[in-house]
Design a protein around this ligand. Structure first.
Ligand SMILES: O=C(O)Cc1cc(O)ccc1O
Ligand SMILES: [Fe+2]
Length: 452
């Protein structure tokens, strides 16, 4: 339905267009109408414009100051008016951990081409396909890796996920994410994060036939910027490159639906207005976007290949130090300059489980077969590394400075084993021959010393 025909339908942003405030974890304040925010207090007896005040907590009230997150929202109706009686709903392809799906695919290193395009109209929610899930959604531990492909806007449909925050990684087609706290426009090579519990809807930007990408649903502690240790105060992701939207709201009186994911199940509620009715807000529990091209990679400038943790954009800690619930790691364009070094990733086995996607270009360990929009899964302790042709090339190439350009791969790396969904196990784009990429790695050892 075209909501522009609805009575009293308008969307308002502070500056009349999409704009953002820089910083990570800041205490922001923003208003779409002047004079909305109460000064010197959160909860006045009466709010300006006849709005309701409401707190949204992203951490327990008593969390230490460094991890305490909450925002105050000044809205047309309190959220109790946006969630009437729930009915059960079903999104059969969005799964949660523990994923006990029945399938017969044995353990192995796995790789997929992109998921098929939707066969009919599908909005962002309907287009989500869970590939893996790890941990346990009930105890707020672990994560799920999803792929999405959609071709319709969410117009009068809204959603919130009580089970975790959503890190959205567009791969094809820019999207507009209208959240309770403002609008973010996000294109491939950018990401955005929607906090747990925040209502939003997604629509398409630009021309195209399908909009695709990946989502990390983080059930655990919130994503934060990693400590830089001896790297110091600069490089990697810089705080000012994270952008939080200014306040924007819809004032729309029309039949709308709010969809909810809660402890792995889905529900729906019908209301007569838009829930995106926050005219102003202040606080530090916020959505944000980030342009991956602003990541300043640090790496080997003499020899050897550092661990990929050096490319961590965001980390979601678990209770154990240095042992992430999930890390979001990227492999951006960069110069390779290491001397007398095998430059691509080494062969390895990892206690953490690696789900990878490719936003554009080629990945250096796998020049063929890992295509943009595709995915790979190297689960806990399963060996992997460059394919045979990558090994051959890297072992024999002249080690002059080389720019890896026009590339952007990423990894969701979790301390927990990732269980496959039935959808992923039976997906027609699963590459049956993936492990053959290592077939050409023959024995080179012949018992005599010397470089072979
Ligand atoms: O497996 C992969 O391709 C990801 C990766 C990259 C790297 O440079 C080192 C380790 C690692 O797991
Ligand atoms: Fe790896």
């Amino acid at each position: 339905m075209d909501t522009t025909e609805a009575p009293r339908s308008r969307a308002r942003a502070g500056a009349g267009e999409v704009s953002y405030m820089p910083g990570f974890g800041n205490d922001f304040e923003t208003e779409a109408l002047p004079g909305t925010l109460p000064q010197g207090q959160n909860s006045p007896q009466k709010c300006n414009y006849g709005l309701y005040a409401e707190q949204l907590s992203g951490s327990p009230f008593t969390a230490p100051r460094g991890t305490n997150e909450r925002s105050w929202l000044y809205r047309i109706r309190p959220s109790v008016r946006h969630t009437r009686r729930f009915t059960n709903a079903s999104y059969p392809f969005w799964k949660s951990a523990p994923c006990l799906d029945d399938h017969s695919l044995p353990l192995g290193q796995l790789r997929w081409d992109p998921i098929p395009a939707p066969t009919a109209g599908a909005d962002f929610l309907a287009g989500i396909r869970t590939m893996t899930a790890a941990g346990d959604v009930m105890t707020q531990v672990g994560m799920a890796a999803h792929a999405y492909a959609f071709n319709e806007d969410m117009v009068d449909d809204y959603f919130f996920n009580a089970d975790g925050e959503l890190l959205i990684v567009p791969q094809r087609g820019a999207i507009s994410v209208f959240t309770e706290m403002g609008v973010m426009e996000v294109e491939p090579a950018e990401i955005c994060l929607i906090p747990r519990g925040m209502m939003f809807k997604v629509s398409r930007l630009g021309e195209g036939t399908e909009w695709r990408g990946y989502i990390c649903e983080n059930y655990g502690a919130k994503f934060t910027m990693p400590d830089r240790g001896p790297i110091g105060a600069n490089c990697l992701a810089n705080a000012r490159d994270f952008k939080t939207p200014v306040a924007a709201f819809e004032d729309k009186e029309i039949a709308c639906r709010v969809h909810v994911k809660w402890c792995g199940r889905f529900y729906m509620t019908q209301i007569g207005h838009s829930p995106l009715d926050v005219v102003a807000w202040h606080g530090n529990y916020t959505p944000f976007k980030y342009d991956l091209r602003t990541f300043s990679p640090v790496g080997a400038i003499l020899f050897d290949h550092p661990d990929p943790s050096i490319f961590t954009v965001l980390t979601a800690p678990s209770g154990e130090q240095g042992t992430a619930n999930v890390d979001f790691v990227i492999f951006p364009p960069r110069w390779l300059v290491a001397e007398h070094t095998f430059r691509p990733p080494w062969y390895h086995r990892n206690i953490m489980s690696e789900f990878m996607g490719l936003i554009l270009g080629q990945y250096d360990a796998k020049e063929k077969g890992f295509v943009p929009g595709g995915m790979s899964l190297h689960n806990m302790m399963l060996p992997h590394g460059p394919d045979a042709s990558g090994f051959e090339k890297a072992s024999n190439s002249e080690l002059k400075p080389v720019k890896l350009d026009h590339t952007m791969a990423f990894m969701f790396e979790t301390r927990f084993p990732q269980q496959l969904t039935k959808y992923a196990a039976e997906l027609e784009t699963l590459q049956d021959d993936y492990i053959e990429c290592w077939d050409g790695l023959e024995r080179r050892f012949d018992g005599t010393p010397g470089i072979k």
